[in-house]
Design a protein around this ligand. Sequence first.
Ligand code: ASP
Ligand code: MG
Length: 457
Amino acid sequence: MKVLKFGGTSVGSAARIKDVARLITGDTYAGQRNIVVLSAMAGTTNTLVQICDYLYKHNPAGAQETANALESKYRDVIAELFDTAGSGGTRRGAMVNAAAAAARQAATESVSRCFAYIRSLMGVDFTDTDEKEILAQGELMSTALMNNYLNLTGTRSVLLSALKFMRTDENGEPDMKYISVRLKRLIDMNPDAEIYLTQGFICRNEYGDVDNLQRGGSDYTASIIGAALELEEIQIWTDIDGMHNNDPRYVEGTRPVSELHFEEASELAYFGAKILHPACVLPARLHNIPIRLLNTMEPQKPGTLICNTPPTRSIKAVSAKDNITAIHIKSGRMFRSYSFLNKVFETFERHCTPIDMIATSEVGVTVTIDNDGRLEQIVDDLMAFGTVNVDRKMAIVCVVGDMDWHNGGFAGRAVDALGDLPVRMISYGGSNYNIAMVVSADDKIEALRRLSANLFN
Ligand code: ASP
Ligand code: MG
């Protein structure tokens, strides 16, 4: 058994939903009884976020209008998915039409229920619990559409509601024991199913309220399921043929990397490679379940395999993370002091702001953050310990591979590749898999190009 996750663009239209249905019922998967995780159709979650924004701002009319437009989009998708026209006047044609009409009716009812629910929250004093309920509707709708379509086309799929097994604990972490027991039970209750369909992204929290695994969290759902059931493989299907060795939006001639170690994939996902949610690698790594990244548009391509690869002693890829702020704190008192760094870190902890990178010297430290929501307060507090300087509009470019320090030369090659581009800070040694360098955001694309030119060509 495998778990296959399809992202928003993979199910972004009636035609795409049909393609995915064909793919998961094709010869490759014959007799496998896989679990299929779906995201909401592309654009839906963003639109649901917009509806919530209107409701927070006490503008139910705006919310209503946005919901109406989204609902009519779904009606068009349903009409195309369950097309009842053109089967001719034969008896078989009439039967096909009747089945399509019934599936269409069922899909319409599911979608209408979701929109009725969204509208029922429009009159209330809107809270973040309501927001989570609204955001959940996207995945509930995409899976309902797919399930009806699969059943219509003769596949025995069952829809397992993620709200019945996907749960987070008091720390917001997946409750693996609960998930595994509940999901196994649901599967056992449906022994005849060929495909188990479920929603990505959505879950319940420790109180049993509807919640989610954060934006882009469907990958995480798939990984949690793969780990909880110790499945053979986690497949993440998107619209690109694997993790590329550089960002194809900025650099020409990038290539998919055929194999990555779990650690390399974590670094890439964290430092900007958009194809995979950063949280997704951990459950797979802990349970040693391989992750395969595949392309829905070109399913025959090999994609990228993420697993416990043997050491390769090579640089595999580079990526970049935007919206970085570097904060430098200089203090005479840091010299031979054992509490200075502690005070600095406590400041960030107090403001719930995670630190990405650190560089230290005897008299100062520079850290980077990617969330500057509390920057002013942080700087205010840090001024008690030393002189503070802030560099905004920075980017982290990050070189990833198996770069154990005993095998000399990696750090030199990475830094050399940037040539005369100004580098604000460098970090290597936090892991064997990553060399990170902070450059001005304006130099990011040039830095990525130079890294590709020098490391891969
Ligand atoms: N639909 C959710 C989002 O857009 C989750 C996902 O697609 O992974 O963030
Ligand atoms: Mg995604």
